[in-house]
Design a protein around this ligand. Structure first.
Ligand SMILES: [Zn+2]
Length: 369
């Protein structure tokens, strides 16, 4: 069994103790510090990036222009670049983004993957060697419903995610969403980012979650809360286009919030950076406790595992992040200021990152000489 020790998150607060895991499961949580832990510090469950477009990482140029000019399908800059990018370049860019996620304490992500079946294939190729859980949501090539295409995408993905309700003809998106529901997979959609959309029509699609909801009214947010449909907010992405989510208002509505980094060409997919920015943006609208922002960065995991407690407990997946940061009662505040250099160990599905095996060849080389 491997063990880490320090101040760990028990679902309500930070408490001092030792966490042990075998294979990919936490098997020991106890008070008191073990004698030889492999790392010590502030320990949290692996963070979950609830909204990415990792393929965009292939776009490296400085970005200018509006939301539509950069990301809207089918002619936005990202779609033009992705259409002509070489497969190997897209895979390498996505893998680099995944390494960034791991280094910054993220052990799982939910990706909106463009490019139909082929787009999914590239994502799987990128994630294969990485100790990361990815929820892959594919997207049809066009803005119309083709039953055969949708069946094929659903066979090789966790579901389907599309740009927005208003981009699609109403009948077509209703058929698409109904098909995804029949297959019991995830259907997700961006909503009310640039303009307010009709929330009743969007919720009638039975989405698993919505992304953005910047232009939502209080009534729209209440409708989401009543329907039990979570909202993923991506404050850095919004700020890039001159907007900010009113996180305190969203929390007051009772809707469940999750945190995502959105387009990888706009924001490096570090949830730590998103946490820091979300906390600041929330203060612009009155502020929320640090713990609320932290919870937003954990709850995205429920898309993959509905019954997860979001706490470090026996029986949970061995996804742990150890920070070299002050613990105790100030653990939540410490996390609002955390950066990649504060991460001393990431355990994802029981596998360690950086991988301990990477030191072996160097040692072996040294011995030979
Ligand atoms: Zn997005």
């Amino acid at each position: 069994m491997e063990r880490v020790a320090g101040w760990f998150y028990d679902g309500r607060r930070f408490r001092e103790g030792t966490i042990g895991w075998e294979d990919d499961v936490i098997v020991e949580v106890r008070n008191g510090r073990a004698r030889n832990p492999i790392a010590t510090g502030l320990i949290i469950p692996g963070l979950w990036n609830a909204h990415t477009h990792l393929g965009d990482a292939v776009v490296t140029q400085e970005l200018t222009g509006t939301l539509e000019e950069l990301v809207a399908p089918p002619h936005g800059l990202k779609h033009r670049i992705l259409a002509r990018a070489k497969d190997d370049a897209v895979i390498a860019a996505m893998r680099r983004a995944m390494a960034t996620m791991l280094r910054t304490g993220t052990t799982g992500f939910t990706d909106f993957r463009e490019g139909g079946l082929k787009g999914l294939k590239l994502l799987y190729a990128a994630v294969a060697p990485m100790p990361l859980r990815g929820v892959a949501l594919g997207r049809p090539m066009g803005l119309d419903y083709d039953a055969r295409e949708v069946s094929a995408i659903l066979q090789t993905s966790d579901g389907i995610a599309v740009s927005s309700y208003v981009d699609w003809p109403g009948d077509e998106i209703r058929k698409l969403a109904a098909h995804v529901r029949r297959e019991k997979k995830i259907f997700a959609v961006h909503c009310s980012e640039r303009i307010r959309e009709d929330i009743d029509k969007v919720l009638a699609l039975s989405p698993s979650f919505l992304v953005h909801m910047l232009q939502a009214t209080d009534a729209d947010l209440n409708r989401c809360a009543d329907a039990g449909v979570p909202i993923v907010v991506c404050p850095r992405s919004n700020a890039f286009f001159g907007m900010t989510p009113d996180i305190p208002r969203m929390i007051r509505s009772g809707v469940e919030l999750r945190l995502g980094t959105d387009n990888a060409m706009i924001n490096v997919p570090s949830i730590l950076r998103e946490i820091e920015f979300a906390y600041r943006v929330a203060r612009m609208h009155g502020g929320v406790p640090a713990r609320d922002i932290f919870e937003m960065a954990l709850h995205g995991r429920q898309v993959a595992d509905r019954h997860t407690s979001g706490a470090i407990r026996v029986g949970e997946q061995a996804d742990l992040v150890v920070f070299d940061l002050p613990g105790g009662l100030n653990g939540f505040a410490s996390l609002m200021r955390a950066s990649a250099s504060d991460v001393s160990l990431v355990v994802s599905g029981g596998r360690m990152w950086p991988s301990r095996s990477t030191t072996t060849p160097r040692t072996a080389r040294r011995r030979r000489t």
